[in-house]
Design a protein around this ligand. Sequence first.
Ligand SMILES: [Zn+2]
Length: 78
Amino acid sequence: MRTMTCRQLGGPCDLEHHGETADDVLKAQDRHLKEADRAGDTSHQEAREAMKGRWRHPKRSLGWYRDTKAAFSRLPED
Ligand SMILES: [Zn+2]
Protein backbone atom coordinates (compact mmCIF):
# COMPACT_ATOMS: atom_id res chain seq x y z
CA MET A 1 0.00 0.00 0.00
CA ARG A 2 1.08 3.56 -0.65
CA THR A 3 -0.30 6.84 0.60
CA MET A 4 -1.08 9.99 -1.33
CA THR A 5 -2.70 13.07 0.10
CA CYS A 6 -5.48 15.18 -1.31
CA ARG A 7 -2.86 17.89 -1.82
CA GLN A 8 -0.57 15.62 -3.84
CA LEU A 9 -3.53 14.95 -6.12
CA GLY A 10 -4.25 18.62 -6.73
CA GLY A 11 -6.57 19.22 -3.79
CA PRO A 12 -6.36 21.69 -0.91
CA CYS A 13 -6.15 19.47 2.20
CA ASP A 14 -3.92 16.80 3.74
CA LEU A 15 -6.38 13.94 3.90
CA GLU A 16 -4.54 10.67 3.17
CA HIS A 17 -5.65 8.11 0.64
CA HIS A 18 -4.23 4.59 0.81
CA GLY A 19 -4.15 2.18 -2.09
CA GLU A 20 -2.38 -0.64 -3.87
CA THR A 21 -2.41 1.24 -7.16
CA ALA A 22 -2.52 4.81 -8.39
CA ASP A 23 -6.04 4.10 -9.64
CA ASP A 24 -7.12 3.25 -6.10
CA VAL A 25 -5.98 6.58 -4.69
CA LEU A 26 -7.38 8.44 -7.70
CA LYS A 27 -10.77 6.87 -7.11
CA ALA A 28 -10.55 7.69 -3.40
CA GLN A 29 -9.68 11.28 -4.25
CA ASP A 30 -12.57 11.50 -6.70
CA ARG A 31 -14.91 10.25 -3.98
CA HIS A 32 -13.43 12.68 -1.46
CA LEU A 33 -13.91 15.61 -3.85
CA LYS A 34 -17.52 14.61 -4.49
CA GLU A 35 -18.21 14.35 -0.77
CA ALA A 36 -16.59 17.71 -0.06
CA ASP A 37 -18.66 19.22 -2.84
CA ARG A 38 -21.85 17.71 -1.45
CA ALA A 39 -20.97 18.99 2.03
CA GLY A 40 -20.73 22.50 0.63
CA ASP A 41 -16.95 22.70 1.04
CA THR A 42 -15.95 25.36 -1.48
CA SER A 43 -12.20 24.87 -0.93
CA HIS A 44 -12.38 21.65 -2.94
CA GLN A 45 -14.41 23.07 -5.83
CA GLU A 46 -11.47 23.90 -8.06
CA ALA A 47 -9.91 20.45 -7.63
CA ARG A 48 -13.33 18.87 -8.24
CA GLU A 49 -13.78 20.76 -11.52
CA ALA A 50 -10.26 19.82 -12.60
CA MET A 51 -10.96 16.17 -11.86
CA LYS A 52 -14.28 16.26 -13.72
CA GLY A 53 -12.48 17.80 -16.68
CA ARG A 54 -9.96 14.97 -16.63
CA TRP A 55 -12.66 12.28 -16.80
CA ARG A 56 -14.30 14.20 -19.64
CA HIS A 57 -11.08 14.63 -21.61
CA PRO A 58 -9.07 11.51 -20.85
CA LYS A 59 -6.70 11.97 -23.79
CA ARG A 60 -5.82 15.52 -22.86
CA SER A 61 -5.26 14.38 -19.28
CA LEU A 62 -2.92 11.51 -20.09
CA GLY A 63 0.13 13.53 -19.08
CA TRP A 64 -1.33 14.32 -15.66
CA TYR A 65 -2.39 10.73 -15.23
CA ARG A 66 1.06 9.43 -16.15
CA ASP A 67 2.75 11.92 -13.80
CA THR A 68 0.46 10.90 -10.96
CA LYS A 69 1.14 7.21 -11.58
CA ALA A 70 4.88 7.86 -11.68
CA ALA A 71 4.72 9.88 -8.45
CA PHE A 72 2.73 7.08 -6.84
CA SER A 73 5.25 4.42 -7.87
CA ARG A 74 8.10 6.46 -6.36
CA LEU A 75 6.43 6.60 -2.95
CA PRO A 76 7.62 4.27 -0.23
CA GLU A 77 5.39 1.30 0.55
CA ASP A 78 3.40 1.66 3.77
ZN1 LIG B 1 -9.19 17.31 0.45
